[in-house]
Write a protein that binds this ligand. Structure first.
Ligand SMILES: [Zn+2]
Length: 230
């Protein structure tokens, strides 16, 4: 009788121990799955609109986006099309002529742009390695451009369609820089944040982050990297 009871006890103990191990295993697996999910979403700190893509945070593997045509052969994430259109319309109603000259880019298109920039530096006598480094200041290497998200647009003045620092002086940029946050956009690469963003001043590249984040970043003078690190 006593022997039977102690055997039962031992069985119960074994069952208990296996259950604990099973739960522990499940817990670890869930944790791992969450971690993988986090990585897959590519540093998704606070939602699709705040996804960070830069030299250290490439576009996540398997990233997909639903695109909407916005005219002129340009396409953006469907979710930002209305905000962009409102911003452009309001600028036009002020007598301005903003032109979207770049928007969503595929990986291969970005690769072509990057190679072309490297070629320009190599023509000037740079080695392949130094040309690649110099080019990366102006054109993000494929996989690290937020244009691949469909959340970024390059906008220039109709009367001055040149991508250099003089773009800043146009009435279109002056208006966009002042008002873009009202529509959920930020000037993504300001002149005083190049050391953090890794990208030279681009007074034409606007990125959608949503109205709340755009307002907070503008009020506090933060770039996206700083905002996400708070
Ligand atoms: Zn751009």
């Amino acid at each position: 009788m006593e022997k039977q009871q102690s055997q039962k006890k031992r069985v119960r103990l074994v069952v208990l121990r296996s259950s604990v191990l099973l739960l522990l295993g499940l817990w670890m697996l869930t944790g791992q799955a969450q971690e993988i999910g986090r990585r897959a979403s590519g540093a998704l700190f606070g939602g699709w609109n705040l996804i960070l893509v830069n030299a250290d945070h490439p576009v996540p593997d398997g990233f997909t986006v639903e695109l909407e045509e916005i005219g002129g052969g340009q396409r953006v994430d469907t979710r930002i099309a209305d905000a962009l259109e409102n911003m452009l319309q309001d600028a036009r109603s002020e007598g301005l002529d903003p032109v979207v000259c770049s928007s969503y880019r595929t990986q291969s298109y970005q690769a072509g742009l990057y190679e072309r920039k490297i070629g320009q530096y190599m023509d000037k006598g740079y080695t392949r390695a130094s040309a690649a480094a110099a080019a990366a200041r102006w054109v993000a290497p494929p996989g690290t451009s937020e244009h691949q998200l469909g959340l970024a647009v390059d906008i220039v003045a109709g009367s001055f369609q040149v991508l250099d620092s003089r773009q800043e002086k146009t009435a279109e940029q002056q208006w966009l820089m002042e008002h873009c946050w009202e529509y959920g956009f930020i000037l993504r690469y300001p002149s005083d944040k190049s050391d953090i963003t890794g990208i030279a001043y681009e007074p034409w590249h606007y990125r959608y982050v949503g109205e709340k984040a755009a307002r907070e970043m503008t009020e506090q003078g933060l770039c996206l990297e700083e905002y996400l690190e708070r």
